[in-house]
Design a protein around this ligand. Structure first.
Ligand code: C2E
Ligand code: CA
Ligand code: CA
Length: 699
């Protein structure tokens, strides 16, 4: 019997190759598990090749490590066949563990096939020696080599299947598993080798025309290492790429979430915005349709936010809005939605147990806002006006609900603010009428549908006319003659008061000029200024222009501004009034007694006249307080050197009383109602003739 020997360095190398091949195989299974489509097939075939070459070369290097006292060679075809078997069984193994599940039976069957593959490779490789006479195999060792092959395959398949997902420490576990698998494969090989007995006098039939010679081990080793490294490198790089892609996908999802947050929320308060609110209302409507129940929608508008914002600046304004949002939000259930839909406008969507609960919520919200806010060292006081709609009942869709809630909110605002109003159908028509009126007002400005009526002013003691107050009227094509209360505030809100006011100034001056030419050069024409006009930078110029183009001396014009307007921004008013006064225009403080005048300031105002509000005149005869106030105003006016006018004089007794108290001039229905200019002169002529003044309109 020939005694074989092993080169220990080659044995070691074969073990390393086996471990490396195992590691590569395990790594590749991870790739296959996460790949999709064609990539699965590519990874599988590439993997089968790398793993097959690895296992085979371990075996081949193992063969090279073995030497007999005779020369050895390897039959090319059989060697190639053994390589093919290695590749095919590797492919099968990879395919098996790429399956979604691996039941025990399948694992056993797979292990059997793979074990058979490895054994065939090994014994095919042995057969490639073409020993003459044939190799004599020890049956026990041969049997155990087969058992080791199947057992090692089973272990390898199971480990590979378990390790294919990315888990923490996967590399370390994979490394340990690879060492185990490598030892198993090597064990199978050397058990198989140990089983082989070469009878004395054997010779190698493959020496002729087969592979042989020195350096073959290096060629095989280097090729194998190259194949394995390429496979491993590709796998590792691909894993990195995949990790990067996953990272990118994660940040993309995050960015998407942020974008959604931005698109659906108000940036200042973080509350839902109009878009999200619309969606939530739709959901709430859907829920009521499916499960019944009800909800309320509350339109919350802050009263007095704008002055705070103007006085303390946007920074404080923003902080205040945030504080309001936080306070309101803090007292809601998580399923309720509080949205901010405009500067100081919020909308609250609350699910209700019963419709009656809406009032409790509304009261709570109003109270929450009315408690003072401490912002940047300031104690700020706000109130809120709330409009409430209920669903079902006050609208069919979110648009209608919001519109109605808005109308109800306006109602609450007009009703004195700091409170709430439930929607009522009449409010809606009001709101719609206002909108229509606003459109009509724009047309009115373009088409000049305005006219002035004049109400005479009389000298109290002499009972002689001393001029008139010009009062604006709108000849509405459908509604007829409209009084200022119907449209002045609308004109102020929209800024239309500026062009309208300029027209009034010009028209009043033109009329006064006509009267001057008719011999009434001692009269004065009074024109009312709204607060908006008064704050408008162009006012002084407009006045100058109206006077100049109508060639009217400035002292024929009286400008009436209300006490409240004059006192609002005292210093700014002073500047404007001073300019007007310097021009020679008369200044009258209208509705005097209704605002809060500071005496100090009143003294500095370049005013010429105080006009006692008609509220005091009305109750003069019954209310001793009013009488006291009127006489105090008269005394004050006299002390300050101002003329005192009383307006709203309707009875003879009022006339007598006011005259006795010392009023300089009087104005009221008793002496004349506001009428068009022609009628005005007719009335005066008739009055001189002793007849009662005629009424132009009955208000
Ligand atoms: P005002 O300046 O206090 O004008 C006096 C108002 O009292 C006028 O109402 C007049 O018709 C009414 N009146 C006069 N005598 C009596 C009376 O004896 N009894 C009663 N109950 N009322 C009397 P009108 O014309 O409806 O004007 C209302 C307000 O509209 C005015 O109050 C004024 O603030 C504003 N206004 C009128 N014309 C203009 C204008 O051209 N520009 C601006 N900005 N406001 C105007
Ligand atoms: Ca007036
Ligand atoms: Ca007045």
């Amino acid at each position: 019997m020939l005694i074989g020997s092993y080169s220990s360095s080659l044995v070691l190398i074969s073990l390393c190759v086996a471990i490396l091949a195992s590691y590569t195989a395990l790594d590749l299974t991870g790739r296959i598990a996460t790949a999709k489509g064609r990539a699965v097939f590519l990874w599988m075939s590439g993997g089968a090749l790398a793993m097959g070459v690895g296992i085979w070369s371990m075996h081949f290097i193992g063969m090279l490590a073995f030497s007999l006292p005779i020369n050895l060679g390897y039959d090319l075809t059989l060697t190639a066949l053994s390589l093919l078997i290695a590749v095919l069984s590797s492919g099968f193994a990879l395919w098996l563990i790429a399956q979604p599940t691996l039941p025990v039976l399948q694992l056993a069957f797979g292990a059997l096939i793979m074990g058979a593959g490895i054994s065939s490779m090994h014994y095919m490789g042995m057969a490639a020696l073409r020993m003459q006479p044939g190799i004599d195999y020890d049956p026990t060792l041969f049997g155990s080599s087969l058992a080791i092959a199947v057992g090692a395959s089973a272990a390898a398949l199971w480990i590979a299947f378990r390790l294919r997902q990315h888990t923490p420490y996967v590399r370390q576990i994979r490394g340990a598993a690879a060492v185990l698998m490598g030892i198993a494969i090597v064990g199978m090989h050397y058990t198989g080798m140990a089983a082989a007995n070469f009878p004395e006098g054997s010779f190698c039939g493959a020496l002729d025309g087969g592979l042989s010679g020195d350096g073959l081990d290096y060629v095989v080793l280097i090729t194998t290492l190259a194949v394995l490294s390429v496979a491993l490198l590709t796998s590792v790089l691909d894993a990195r790429l995949e990790a990067r892609t996953a990272e990118l996908a994660r940040s993309l999802t995050l960015a998407n979430q942020e974008l959604t947050q931005l698109a659906l929320h108000d940036t200042l308060t973080g509350l839902p915005n109009r878009t999200l609110l619309a969606d939530r209302i739709d959901q709430a409507i859907g829920k009521v349709a499916e499960q019944g129940g009800c909800f309320a929608l509350m339109f919350i508008d802050l009263d007095g936010f704008k002055p705070v914002n103007d006085a303390f600046g946007h920074h404080v304004g923003d902080q205040l809005l945030k504080a309001v949002a936080t306070r309101l939000r803090g007292h809601l259930h998580s399923q309720d939605t509080l949205a901010r839909i405009g500067g100081d406008e919020f909308v609250l969507l609350v699910e209700l147990q019963a419709l009656e609960d809406a009032m409790d919520v509304a009261v709570k919200q109003v109270n929450l806002v009315s408690r003072p806010f401490r912002i940047a060292e300031h104690d700020l006081q706000l109130t809120a006006s709330l409009g409430i709609v209920l669903y079902p009942g006050n609208g069919l869709d979110q648009l209608e609900l919001l519109r109605n809630a808005d109308a109800a909110m306006y109602h609450a605002k007009n009703g004195g603010k700091n409170g709430y109003s439930f929607f009522d159908v009449s409010m809606n028509s009001n709101a719609r009428q206002q909108l229509q009126l606003l459109q009509d007002l724009r047309t009115a400005v373009e088409e000049g549908q305005f006219c002035l009526h004049y109400q005479p002013k009389f000298d109290a003691a002499l009972r002689q006319p001393i001029g008139a107050e010009a009062l604006l009227r709108w000849e509405h094509p459908q509604h007829g003659l409209l009084l200022p209360d119907r449209f002045i505030s609308l004109a102020e809100k929209t800024g239309l008061i500026i062009p309208i006011g300029e027209w009034v100034l010009d028209e009043a001056c033109r009329q006064m000029r006509e009267w001057v030419e008719q011999g009434h050069g001692d009269w004065r024409i009074a024109v009312n200024l709204s607060a908006i006009q008064f704050c408008h930078a162009g006012l002084v110029d407009s006045v100058a222009r109206a006077l100049q183009s109508n060639r009217l001396p400035a002292n024929r014009l009286t400008l009436e501004i209300t006490e409240t307007t004059a006192m609002r921004d005292a210093d700014a008013s002073l500047t404007v009034l001073q300019k007007l006064s310097d021009m020679g225009v008369d200044i009258s403080i209208d509705d005097f007694g209704t605002g809060y005048s500071s005496l100090m300031y009143l003294k500095r105002l370049p005013a010429n006249e105080l006009k006692i509000d008609r509220g005091f005149v009305r109750d003069l005869e019954h209310d001793s307080d009013d009488a006291a106030i009127v006489s105090a105003i008269v005394a004050l006016g006299q002390a300050l050197g101002l003329r005192i006018v009383a307006e709203g004089v309707e009875t003879d007794r009022q006339q007598d009383f006011l005259t006795r108290l010392g009023c300089d001039s009087l104005q009221g229905y008793l002496m004349g109602r506001p009428v068009p200019a022609e009628q005005f002169m007719l009335d005066l002529q008739q009055a001189r003739g002793g007849a009662a003044p005629e009424e132009a309109i009955s208000s």
